[in-house]
Design a protein around this ligand. Structure first.
Ligand SMILES: [Zn+2]
Length: 143
């Protein structure tokens, strides 16, 4: 089992595949999934709560810590790289990641509909949030 799978199995309302998941954030009252989990090519786990929780808090809520985000074969060199402070928000890559996450939310809704599942009020509200967040991304990108 990879670090990402170990983490994801402790979350609720998990959806996704191919190394990208959405789930409810365990660190705050989260009715509509606002946690994005991604497995990087090198096996690292990228966690982001759109409700604003920091990664350590999210991990602590499921009894894990930062070291659990790295594959065991990880070398010391990689560790020094990833312990660098995170870049400030609103780099193009961050904005694209947000947009991509929101697309995943929409896609999951589409999958549900295709399976004949009716969307709840909550789902509809989450889709509206997705649209708003993409609008915000456009604003932050100064388009
Ligand atoms: Zn959170």
């Amino acid at each position: 089992m990879t670090p990402a799978e170990r983490f994801v199995q402790r979350l609720s309302k998990v959806k996704g595949r191919n190394g990208t998941w959405t789930a409810c954030c365990p660190a705050h009252e989260d009715k509509s999934p606002s946690l994005s989990v991604r497995e990087a090519d090198d096996g690292r786990v990228l966690v982001h709560c759109f409700g604003g929780c920091d990664v350590q808090t999210v991990l602590g809520a499921v009894g894990m810590d930062m070291t659990d985000l790295f594959p065991e074969r990880d070398e010391r060199l990689d560790h020094t790289q990833v312990t660098k402070p995170l870049k400030p928000a609103f780099y193009a890559s961050d904005l694209l990641r947000i947009a991509s996450f929101e697309c995943l939310v929409v896609m999951n809704a589409a999958y549900d509909m295709r399976r004949g599942k009716k969307l709840s009020e909550e789902d509809m509200a989450r889709l509206e949030t997705a649209q708003q967040r993409i609008e915000e991304v456009i604003q932050y990108a100064n388009v």
